[in-house]
Design a binder for this molecule. Structure first.
Ligand code: FPP
Length: 246
C-alpha cells in the first residue's frame, strides 16, 4: 500500500523532532500548543514504525541544552512528557514495544523520572520495537561520561587499557546495547545534528524534511523511507564493491 520494501527498512531510525514552536507561532498560537500537537505526531509515528516492523526508534525529545529555555516552556514540556509516558505505557504493552531512555536522567524532575522508570519496568519483557526517548540528552556529554567511566574501570583494573577499541568504547555509551542508526530524519528544514548521537551517526543516512514536526505524517514518513531505500550505503567502499562487481 505504501510501496515500501519491507526487507529494506532501517533497523534503527532516529528522529530530531523540530519545528513545534514555529508551527505554533506561524498560527499565532503559544509555543506549547505546538508541543501538544507534536505529541500527537509522536503517537502516529511510533505506531507506524512499530507497524512497519522497525526494530529501534529513537526520538530526540529534550536536549541537555533545552533546560536553558524559558522556565514555563520547560515545565510544560516536562508535564507533556510525563503525561505521554504514563498514558502510552498501556498501548506500548499492547503493541509489544519496549520503552527506553537515554540522557542524564538525574536532571529530570523526580515525578518524570518515576514515570520513566515505571514505563521501563512495565515494558521490559516486550521484544518488539525498542522506543528510546532522548531526554536531557547531549552527545558530547554522553561521550565524556563514557570516557570517564572507561577511565575509572581501567584505573580500577576491571578493564585492560589494551582492550580499548571502537566496540568497547561504544559499549560505554547510553546506546551500548543498540545498533547505530541507519537513518536519521530531521524535520522543519534545519540542517544540523544539534549534539545528537555524534558517535553513533558516523555512517547514518541523513534526511531533512521541510515539514514542521506537528505536520509530519505517516505519509511523510513513508516518503522519507522511500528515499532511504533508494540510497546506496557504501561505508567507505566503492559502489562496485558494494554491488559485488569487483
Ligand atoms: C523542537 O521544536 C522540539 C522540542 C524541543 C521538543 C520535542 C517535544 C515533543 C515533540 C513533545 C513531547 C515529546 C514526547 C516524546 C511526548 P522547537 O520547540 O525547537 O521548535 P522551533 O525550532 O520551531 O522553536
Amino acid at each position: 500500500m505504501h510501496g515500501l520494501k519491507t526487507d529494506k527498512l532501517p533497523q534503527h531510525l532516529a528522529i530530531i523532532m523540530d519545528g513545534n514552536g514555529r508551527w505554533a507561532q506561524e498560527r499565532m498560537l503559544k509555543r506549547i500548543i505546538g508541543h501538544q500537537k507534536g505529541v500527537e505526531t509522536v503517537r502516529v509515528i511510533v505506531e507506524e514504525c512499530s507497524r512497519l516492523g522497525i526494530k529501534y526508534l529513537t526520538l530526540f525529545a529534550f536536549s541537555a541544552e533545552n533546560w536553558l529555555r524559558p522556565k514555563t516552556e520547560v515545565k510544560a514540556l516536562m508535564s507533556l512528557l510525563k503525561k505521554y509516558i504514563s498514558f502510552e505505557t498501556t498501548r506500548m504493552i499492547a503493541d509489544n514495544i519496549r520503552f527506553n531512555v537515554i540522557g542524564d536522567r538525574d536532571e529530570l524532575p523526580p515525578d518524570v523520572n518515576a514515570a520513566v522508570q515505571q514505563a521501563i519496568d512495565r515494558t521490559a519483557g516486550n521484544d518488539g520495537m525498542v522506543l528510546t526517548l532522548a531526554l536531557s540528552y547531549g552527545s558530547r556529554q554522553e561521550i565524556v561520561r563514557a570516557a570517564a567511566r572507561l577511565a575509572g574501570d581501567i584505573a580500577a583494573g576491571t578493564v585492560a587499557a589494551d582492550r580499548l577499541d571502537e566496540n568497547l568504547f561504544s559499549s560505554y555509551l547510553f546506546t551500548g546495547d543498540m545498533p547505530d542508526p541507519d537513518f536519521l530524519i530531521r524535520t522543519s528544514g534545519e540542517m544540523r545534528i544539534s549534539n545528537f548521537l555524534l558517535w553513533q551517526l558516523a555512517y547514518t543516512e541523513l534526511y531533512f524534511s521541510d515539514a514542521n514536526w506537528p505536520e509530519f505524517t505517516a505519509a511523510e514518513l513513508h516518503k522519507a523511507l522511500k528515499v532511504y531505500q533508494a540510497r546506496e550505503r557504501r561505508f567507505g567502499r566503492t559502489s562496485d564493491q558494494v554491488n559485488k562487481r569487483s
